[in-house]
Design a protein around this ligand. Structure first.
Ligand code: MSP
Length: 540
């Protein structure tokens, strides 16, 4: 039976247009989803947008439009970008969706109704708390916001002391449980967080945990969110993280918050889940709140999801930010260089889990070196030489055309890097491994010199073997790179005149077909057309 693979991404805030950080995460998840489809797994890829919260409310107010209208506009930009970048998801999580709102409310009600022996909810409680509140910034301030003189600076405007009643979700009671879970997963070689170097960070944060989580906001302060069920009393809106995290189950096939245990049809997919998130949202949201929320909803320890935590794209070592004016728009990049170039750069030039510096020059350089010079050149040479010396027809004589060692090794490395078991997928290395097969082929051309072989009739079989090796290797590289370069992979198959009956369909690519000897004896190759024309470097 096919294995399952459930992958999610963070859902992006809809208070501004998408940038390359958002694009990187979605392409990363898309590549993994496509790889698992290639393997024949049953895949569910869920992504979406986080549409509620104060930031959205404020951005909408600034533009003078209703929040729903505002988020619909930004959401459309995300959807269009994923379309342009060929991000192919199976589920779309938009948190203003009625189905999601109902799920959040049902969860709140369930947690409230789940009473202990004292007759109180085991998970939630209501409490009044006081603090300093900035009217201008609409938020409570902590000592961190005080200046060196101990006062709140002028940027906060009028600051007043306020008492507020809210609902809280218990975290502290579950601190030891979470620490044990983190340790048990690591001991079993299945760390809760990958790359594993982040486990220590999470563990420290859990140890330092001091309070429970305030999950409501009075409607006087925040309107743009999911109202609490009426049974909680009037005027409470759900805190945006308690709303957003729920997307992973509310939009998952088959979830129902009512039964004590999640439904089996839902768990079948869920058991293979990995949440792809950026390093900034591991603590506390995904590493602390979310596991405890799932525990509260009857999920077993082994059903607490694994987190794949990626690093950040920076600009010259600094964070991208609107105020610095250094935000890179992936839409503009895709128009300028093509979606495939953007996809290739974003997953190929960053080590999973680490940060990287964005550079347009690097994007162009990687494209030209790997795609134009290595892969594109190989495809072109393979087809041109076959056309010139053999009218485009492959002659396969088994004994003469074994799979070269560099192809075997390249494929084996690719597989162990992209599918790293309990470790993080090493996409940048997997890509290099596939490209190295093309590099090996180009070296083969340089050493075998088909143009010289062609002049000597005694070398006819050898020439056949070289030409077969080149075409067959390109076919395998196309399959291996198809998760990263879906469009180019189709282009390569088209030019190889291979599986044309499936042209345009993704089922055209299967990992099982990446075995040596797929192209049959007598196969007629197609005509070469440049697939990766060199990009001229951008003006400095
Ligand atoms: N809405 C929350 C997530 C809720 S998930 C239940 C959020 N949204 S976000 O728009 O700010 O960020 C979305 C994702 O983009 C996060 O995983 C974040 O880490 C990632 N990135 C934001 N900037 C980034 C870079 N500069 N580089 C790489 N990823 C970055 O947080």
């Amino acid at each position: 039976m096919a294995e399952t693979f459930f992958i999610t991404t963070a859902i992006d805030y809809t208070n501004g247009a998408p940038h390359i950080g958002h694009a990187y995460e979605k392409v990363l998840a898309d590549v993994l989803a496509r790889y698992h489809r290639l393997k024949g797994d049953e895949v569910f890829f869920l992504t979406g947008v986080d549409q509620h919260g104060q930031k959205v409310q404020q951005s909408a107010e600034k533009q003078g439009v209703a929040p729903q209208q505002f988020v619909d506009g930004i959401t459309a930009k995300f959807v269009a970008l994923w379309e342009k970048l060929n991000v192919r998801y199976d589920g779309w999580a938009a948190t203003t969706d009625e189905k999601h709102k109902q799920c959040v409310r049902a969860i709140l009600q369930r947690l409230w109704d789940d009473k202990g022996t004292d007759g109180q909810s085991k998970w939630l409680y209501k409490k009044s708390a006081g603090g300093y509140y900035s009217v201008r910034q609409e938020q409570f301030l902590t000592d961190k916001e005080r200046g060196p003189d101990g006062e709140f600076g002028p940027e906060w405007g009028e600051v007043e002391f306020r008492e507020e009643e809210n609902f809280y979700f218990r975290l502290l009671n579950h601190k030891q449980w979470l620490l044990n879970l983190i340790d048990a997963r690591s001991a079993a070689g299945k760390p809760l967080v990958i790359p594993e170097f982040r486990v220590g960070e999470l563990r420290n944060a859990v140890e330092k945990l001091e309070g429970d989580l305030c999950i409501s906001r009075p409607a006087t302060r925040l309107q743009w969110g999911i109202p609490f069920p009426e049974s909680f009393g009037a005027g409470f809106v759900t805190f945006v993280w308690f709303d957003a995290l729920v997307n992973y189950i509310s939009f998952a096939p088959g979830y129902d918050p009512a039964p004590a245990r999640p439904p089996e049809e839902f768990l079948r997919l869920w058991r293979s889940i990995v949440h792809v998130i950026g390093k900034d949202i591991m603590i506390p949201a995904h590493g602390v709140y979310w596991p405890i929320m799932l525990k509260a909803l009857g999920f077993a320890d082994e059903e607490i999801p694994k987190l794949l935590v990626h690093g950040w794209w920076n600009i010259s070592g600094a964070k991208m930010s609107k105020s610095l004016g250094n935000v890179i728009d992936p839409d503009v990049l895709a128009d300028k260089y093509g979606a495939e170039a953007v996809r290739y750069y974003l997953v190929g030039d960053i080590a999973t889990g680490k940060d990287s510096d964005f550079s347009e020059e690097r994007l162009v350089q990687r494209f030209n070196t790997d795609l134009a010079n290595s892969l594109g050149n190989l495809l072109n040479r393979a087809l041109n030489m076959s056309a010139k010396y053999r009218e485009g027809i492959l002659n396969r004589r088994d004994a003469e055309t074994p799979c070269p060692e560099f192809v075997q090794k390249g494929k084996a490395s690719y597989l162990s890097q992209i599918d790293a078991g309990s470790g993080e997928p090493l996409l940048h290395q997997a890509i290099d491994s596939a490209i190295n097969i093309a590099v090996g082929c180009n070296q083969l051309v340089d050493t075998e010199k088909p143009w010289a072989l062609a002049k000597d009739p005694a070398q006819a079989q050898r020439l056949d073997a070289v030409l077969y090796t080149l075409a067959e290797s390109v076919r395998i590289v196309a399959i291996l790179l198809s998760p990263v370069l879906p469009k180019a992979a189709h282009g390569i198959f088209d030019q190889l005149n291979w599986k044309t009956e499936l042209s345009g369909k993704d089922e055209r690519f299967r990992l099982a077909d990446a075995e040596w000897g797929g192209l049959p004896d007598g196969h007629q190759l197609g005509k070469p057309t440049p697939l990766f024309p060199r990009i001229e470097a951008p003006a400095a």
